[in-house]
Design a protein around this ligand. Structure first.
Ligand code: GDP
Length: 207
């Protein structure tokens, strides 16, 4: 396929830096997308699938351990930001609260943040911690999209029902649904449509 037609695709993604504080993040000189979700949601797998690598984001055996804001440069065009999974049971309540405070401060103050990619596991019913987090994003006016993960684990019947069930819960809080992406790191389903969304949104960036 000619290059022209695959402008949405990722050629190279490289690690830039990990920051313990929002103020340590790289210069906000290009559009940025933050990926977040509960531990074990499949975030590392999704990021690796998106960038076409096996080791961009380490599939961590100790989720929640490294509470850092991780910036990756994508083709010198945008930043992909890997935020630690929240809600990991083995992390103390105090540390979880601290991490949530840092995350929110980063999300709320980062001027080049185009959109938050909110990951949810398509096999698990809507969780309060996710709904509360989305409500917070709404309250501060942060644009976000919902990214359902692990859809390959659903059978045909479940595929037809998981989204309406999730919507039913969401629409008790929201007037309308945010954009929804259905993905699988195993089959790469959703990769192109998600990356096309990023490419399109990059076009809206105003430095
Ligand atoms: P993280 O903690 O959010 O980074 O989640 P991981 O990427 O480490 O994934 C958690 C578990 O879910 C691992 O056992 C993965 O192999 C599995 N997993 C992640 N994505 C998928 C997927 O798309 N399909 C399937 N079947 N399993 C997945």
């Amino acid at each position: 396929m000619p290059d022209q037609e695959r402008r949405w695709d990722i050629k190279e993604a490289t690690f830039v830096k990990s920051s313990a504080q929002p103020s340590e993040s790289p210069n906000p000189d290009r559009p940025e997308y933050a990926f977040i979700g509960r531990s074990n949601v499949g975030k590392s797998s999704l990021l690796n699938m998106l960038v076409g690598r096996t080791s961009l984001a380490k599939t961590s055996s100790t989720p929640g351990k490294t509470q850092l804001i991780n910036h990756f440069d994508v083709d010198g065009t945008w930043y992909l930001v890997d935020l630690p999974g929240f809600g990991y049971a083995k992390v103390s309540k105090k540390d979880r609260a601290k991490w949530m405070e840092v995350t929110k401060r980063y999300l709320d103050t980062r001027p080049n943040l185009m959109c938050v990619m909110m990951l949810v596991d398509s096999r698990i019913p809507a969780q309060n911690v996710d709904l509360e987090f989305m409500a917070w994003m709404g309250s501060v006016g942060l644009p976000f999209v919902l990214v359902f993960t692990k859809v390959d684990k659903l059978n045909k019947a479940e595929r037809g029902t998981f989204l309406p069930a999730y919507e039913e819960v969401m629409l008790k809080q929201w007037h309308k649904m945010p954009p929804v992406f259905v993905t699988s790191s195993n089959s790469s389903e959703g990769r192109e449509v998600l990356l096309r969304f990023v490419a399109q949104t990059n076009g809206l960036y105003q430095p």
